[in-house]
Ligand binder design. Structure first.
Ligand SMILES: *[C@@H]1O[C@H](CO)[C@@H](O)[C@H](O)[C@H]1NC(C)=O
Length: 347
């Protein structure tokens, strides 16, 4: 594609005071569609997602008080999606998730930026999390408990404050040519999620999309935030790796036109309308191997939106059993495996 060469996002971390890359017209703040099922106290704080930037306190080596302003800032980052996106920062809780994000950073052109590490009292920065160039603040167990929301802190020794990566975009206006190319540098296989609220499902789908080398994930309204704590855990770091765009049908339509994409939507096996529904098979995968395509998946409860049904050809996974439907992230895994770029029968 012509556009591949135009994907030249600089790897320079955004300045702390500005959550938004001023060079682009794509707004990376204010993500509205997100019901944060895991927000525990989202009273007035979400809306007022204050413009006051809270900087990392570089002068501090320890924080022991739970009423410290920076602690409050971190807590809001964990709990509130809009606060997170208005600041462009995310709190990653626990050694394993941090390590997972680090583990693939070597392969990225745009490495995750860690603003600071919060390490439990008397503990060292865990091995293979390279803390050399990063500001480390030691925190008391009371602070750690407050930030993680878990009473037992046995398993949480470290929290990282990271920048939301530049592979994530919220599009709030119409896309021009440059934007379209920049958002998905390899638009051969794009997963589109339609109202996937469950963070476990969303994270698992991101993880599978990354594993099967899909070119990116588009989030239609009603999807949960990929930087929500639970989605982050389920994604095993994929939220930081694969291009993710949050937008609406108008943007999808413009992608479809630009890249001549075939539109498919996953559909539970349905005997009544079976003549109108494609069945996933190796033959089908071969047939679409060279076509750029979007695969839309709806939520298990609500199913596909009107727009998705109208715009897409339906495809189902043939099943021998009586069971009606699969878990959406399981179905997504099967679709993405079968339709992955490399999966082609060689004669
Ligand atoms: C489907 O699987 C995902 C990933 O294992 C899980 O998080 C989600 O809760 C499951 N959905 C349902 C409805 O059981």
């Amino acid at each position: 594609m012509l556009c591949f060469n135009t994907f030249l996002i600089s790897a320079t971390p955004l300045p702390l005071t500005n959550a938004q890359n001023s060079k682009t017209r794509i707004k990376t703040h204010k993500i509205k569609c997100i019901p944060e099922a895991y927000d525990d106290d989202d009273d007035d704080e979400t809306e007022s997602a204050s413009k006051n930037t809270v900087a990392v306190p570089h002068h501090l080596k320890t924080i022991t008080s739970t009423s410290n302003l920076f602690v409050k800032h971190c807590l809001k980052l964990r709990r509130s999606s809009s606060y997170r996106h208005s600041h462009g920062s995310v709190l990653v809780v626990g050694t394993t998730p941090i390590r997972e994000i680090y583990s693939f950073q070597e392969t990225l052109q745009d490495r995750p930026t860690v603003e600071c590490l919060l390490v439990l009292d008397k503990h060292d920065v865990p091995q293979d999390i390279d803390g050399r160039a990063i500001h480390v603040i030691h925190v008391s167990s009371a602070v750690m408990r407050k930030l993680t929301g878990v009473q037992s802190i046995d398993s949480v020794e470290v929290i990282a404050l990271m920048r939301i990566p530049s592979t994530f975009h919220v599009v709030s206006n119409s896309l021009n040519d440059e934007d379209r190319c920049r958002l998905f540098p390899f638009p051969h296989r794009i997963l589109i999620l339609d109202g996937i609220q469950d963070p476990g499902n969303l994270g698992t789908l991101l993880r599978s999309a990354t594993a099967f080398r899909w070119g990116g994930v588009f989030l239609l309204p009603g999807c949960c935030d990929p930087f929500n704590e639970k989605a982050l855990r389920a994604s095993r770091g994929a939220s930081f790796q694969i291009p993710i765009v949050s937008g609406n049908w108008i943007h999808v339509e413009s992608l479809r036109k630009e890249f001549q994409m075939k539109m498919l939507a996953g559909h539970p096996a349905d005997n009544q309308n079976s003549n109108k529904v494609h069945r996933l098979s190796q033959d089908f995968a071969d047939y679409v191997a060279d076509l750029p395509l979007c695969l839309v998946l709806g939520s298990e409860g609500a199913g596909l939106s009107e727009e998705s049904r109208r715009a897409c050809e339906l495809i189902s996974i043939p099943m021998a059993g009586e069971f009606e439907s699969l878990n959406v992230s399981v179905a997504g895994g099967i679709f993405m495996y079968m339709l992955q770029p490399e999966n082609r029968r060689v004669n």
